[in-house]
Design a protein around this ligand. Structure first.
Ligand SMILES: Cc1cc2nc3c(=O)[nH]c(=O)nc-3n(C[C@H](O)[C@H](O)[C@H](O)COP(=O)(O)OP(=O)(O)OC[C@H]3O[C@@H](n4cnc5c(N)ncnc54)[C@H](O)[C@@H]3O)c2cc1C
Length: 378
């Protein structure tokens, strides 16, 4: 039997996550839009609500609630602030490699502080030479006794300037097929967060560049097997990264639909609300269909992930579908608002800018199709 219903606990968790987003996240949105900066109070609120602890095992101070709960939290937070959901999703992306590949000592050292939000995480793979093609990165390591020396730069890294613990990917100076994933701490000499981006959307979520200059990393900070680091970062991006973007996209879809329904019911033309016009109804129906379908795809993938089974292909389908649908929904929501949709007073003008940013992270739609075709043809 397939049961498509959420459990009572999951429904209660969604209620709590919605209340958290509406009362604790929403007040920060105007400031984030205006300054483009991460409010310290918002990070503290996320930590106090144990949002960073969701996927961390209880043994290391986490809640161990699993990936369905994580998707619920991200959807509800993104419905209020896509930027906040994005920063939260990448905290988990930085945490996951430690949970899945970390040694006992690494787990004990890093996870408790990451669970409380006392320390913040990210994963840094992308470089100017390698976004869709991570093997094209130029950040390189060499051995020096028991240590590794890393030189290079990363770009487009979420939480670049606020993360304390970073999972980074580097390539061997000698063997272009050998990669290592390392745990870097922000106070290590040779590590620097440099340029901060100004994105069109998801404002208030920090994105930027990192520089490593003769960064000395002790062997205790090697994640997984030496030379096999690509697997460490790609495993995290495949499930947690893609899954996180599904959460961001679903929340954005829901926000677009809700704003459209409200506006369409309030806007009077020809003596009646525009929600009575069939063209408007068609747009609302399309948004509703896409949201229902996106939720089925996303929560199916999360349920598979919760069973401990491989879910990255299912998440590739869900990520493709929901991010594309969120962009379509934002365009329709702005259209339904007529001229008001272009005005900053209306949230849909933020949604369409946020929608422009949900695509590339954790792999573009083109890359999702490459993965999905490989799956279908295998
Ligand atoms: C807001 C934001 C946050 C991000 N956060 C992080 C982060 O925290 N950590 C991190 O490591 N990275 C992060 N990224 C980087 C992101 O993963 C990359 O932007 C993405 O993988 C695409 O890489 P690129 O930008 O270099 O584009 P490119 O790889 O240069 O792609 C350019 C175009 O070519 C297409 N293309 C490339 N290869 C193929 C192919 N094989 N077949 C068909 N088309 C193809 C792409 O779809 C795209 O249209 C973030 C990006 C953004 C925008």
């Amino acid at each position: 039997m397939i049961d498509f219903t959420f459990t009572e606990e999951q429904e209660m968790f969604r209620k709590a996550a919605r209340e958290f987003a509406e009362t604790q996240v929403a007040p920060f949105v105007p400031e984030m839009e205006q300054t483009g900066k991460v409010p310290a109070g918002l990070v503290k609120a996320l930590g106090d609500a144990e949002m960073m602890a969701l996927t961390i095992p209880e043994a290391y101070g986490g809640l161990e609630l699993g990936y369905t709960a994580r998707l619920i939290a991200l959807e509800e937070i993104s419905r209020i602030s896509v930027a906040t959901a994005m920063m939260l999703q990448v905290f988990a992306l930085g945490i996951e490699p430690i949970v899945k590949f970390g040694t006992e000592a690494q787990k004990q050292k890093f996870l408790p502080g990451l669970a409380t939000g006392e320390r913040l995480a990210t994963a840094a793979v992308t470089e100017a030479t390698g976004g869709s093609d991570p093997t094209g990165i130029r950040t390189a390591y060499r051995k020096d006794g028991d240590d590794f020396i890393v030189n290079g730069r990363k770009c487009f890294i979420t939480n670049s300037h606020i993360a304390d613990t970073l999972t980074i990917l580097a390539k061997s100076e000698e063997d272009p097929k050998a990669f290592c994933a390392f745990l870097v701490e922000k106070d290590m000499p040779g590590f620097k967060a440099t340029h901060e981006e100004h994105k069109v959307g998801m404002r208030g979520c920090n994105t930027g560049e990192l520089a490593f200059e003769n960064l000395r990393i002790p062997k205790e900070n090697l994640l997984g097997v030496e030379g096999k680091g690509l697997r460490v970062t790609m495993a995290a991006i495949g499930d947690v990264g893609r899954g996180g973007m599904v959460g961001c996209a679903l929340g954005l879809q829901a926000a677009c639909l809700e704003a459209s329904i409200q506006f369409a019911n309030e806007r009077i033309l020809y003596g009646k609300p525009i929600s009575r016009l069939q063209t408007i109804q068609n747009k609302i129906a399309e948004m509703k269909i896409d949201l229902e379908a996106g939720r089925l795809l996303g929560y199916r993938a999360a349920a598979i992930q919760d069973k401990g089974q491989a879910s990255s292909n299912e998440f590739a389908v869900a990520k493709y579908y929901t991010t594309e649908a969120s962009q379509k929904a934002a365009k329709m929501a702005v259209d339904i608002h007529g001229g008001y949709g272009c005005m900053e007073e209306y949230a849909v003008s933020r949604y369409i800018r946020d929608a422009a940013v949900v695509g590339p992270s954790a792999g573009t739609s083109d890359i999702m199709k490459v993965i999905i075709a490989r799956w279908a043809l295998s």
